[in-house]
Ligand binder design. Structure first.
Ligand code: NDP
Length: 307
């Protein structure tokens, strides 16, 4: 099988370049788009994510603000902080970095974000807009999946699409986005009977389970497009050796770092039987931040009354 790995970094750069021009058009109307990110606590991964978001905003000319209330902040005070951002005209997007400390009621905080500034697309109003295919902000990673398919000219209308994983963050929104692009969609989960058989029917297979290298050749129709959303860090040597038996370069990487990133799709087997596929890292991952920028600009354009 002549398979091809999709370069997610290249697509991210393409979207960021387009975004830069869009930011300039918005700015020419009086002010640049604005994104506020609230980071509570010291989670190292969250700190890196937020730093990257702010840095990407700066590179595009998007006004950005990072708010870091003390980890002891009460739910009510955090909600008031969100409401203040909702009121501010120069802020188009409000993002509360998850996870929040355990004593905070995360759902209530997310509910407080004004739907027209909900750049993560997780507010129930945004979810309703997605399900009914109305204008609204969509979750970033699922949007990235669609961008990857479109920018690689993968036909979606009429295709059989199978999504594995039904989370509110990834699986469900991906399924609805594919449905609105006229795919025939099957949404699978941990109780699906004969998962390999269902997956083998897919022209487009999207894996979002958080199970390292679970999707092997027996799940993949030869020539299918396989999109791997999963990000799993493996630190077990035997598991790494089993997955990367034919990839000494990857095993060397594992030995050097003591761990390695693997998607939900078996990296060696997908390369042998898919048509197009996204690698991990370097596939879907880079798109998430690009789509956050795109959502922030969308929100600004809509709040300014279109561009
Ligand atoms: P969740 O844990 O919220 O959901 C996992 C889903 O997978 C559930 O619906 C679960 O089914 C299903 N599932 C789990 N095990 C199996 C199995 N053995 N067979 C079939 N289905 C199974 O995960 P998320 O949706 O938040 O994330 C999924 C993956 O995507 C993770 O690896 C995460 O790190 C990654 N991710 C990547 C992002 C990116 O930027 N690239 C962004 C967000 C997530 P059930 O409902 O029955 O329990």
């Amino acid at each position: 099988m002549n398979s091809k790995a999709i370069d997610g970094n290249r697509i991210r750069d393409e979207i960021l370049l387009e975004s830069k021009a869009r930011v300039e058009r918005v700015a020419a109307r009086g002010r640049p788009p604005g994104l506020a990110v609230i980071l509570v606590g010291e989670d190292p991964a969250s700190q890196i994510y937020v730093r990257n978001k702010i840095k990407t905003c700066e590179g595009l000319g998007i006004h950005s603000e990072k708010l870091t209330p003390p980890p002891s902040i009460a739910t009510g005070d955090l909600i008031e902080m969100v409401r203040e951002l909702n009121r501010r005209d120069e802020i188009d997007g409000v993002l509360v970095q998850m996870p929040l400390p355990k004593h905070i009621d995360s759902k209530s905080v997310l509910m407080a974000i004004s739907p027209d500034k909900d750049v993560d697309g997780l507010h129930p109003v945004s979810v309703g807009n997605l399900v009914t295919n109305r204008l609204g902000l969509r979750p970033c990673t699922p949007l990235g999946v669609i961008e990857i398919l479109k920018r690689n000219q993968v036909p979606i209308a009429g295709a059989r699409a199978v999504v594995v994983g039904r989370s509110d963050l990834v699986g469900k929104p991906v399924a609805f986005l594919l449905l609105h692009e006229h795919a025939t969609v099957t949404l699978c989960h941990s109780r699906t009977v004969d998962l390999p058989g269902v997956c083998r029917q897919a022209d487009i297979l999207v894996a979002a389970m958080g199970r390292a290298a679970m999707i092997t050749a027996e799940y993949i129709k030869p020539g299918a497009t396989v999109i791997d959303v999963g990000i799993n860090r493996i630190s077990d040597r035997a598991q790494a050796a089993a997955i990367f038996a034919q990839r000494p370069d990857k095993l060397a990487q594992f030995e050097q770092k003591g761990s390695i990133l693997v998607g939900d799709v078996h990296p060696v087997e997908v390369a042998a039987c898919a048509g197009l596929y996204t690698p991990v890292p370097g596939g879907v991952g880079p798109l998430t931040i690009a789509m956050l920028m795109s959502n922030t600009i969308d929100a600004a354009e809509r709040r300014l009354g279109g561009c």
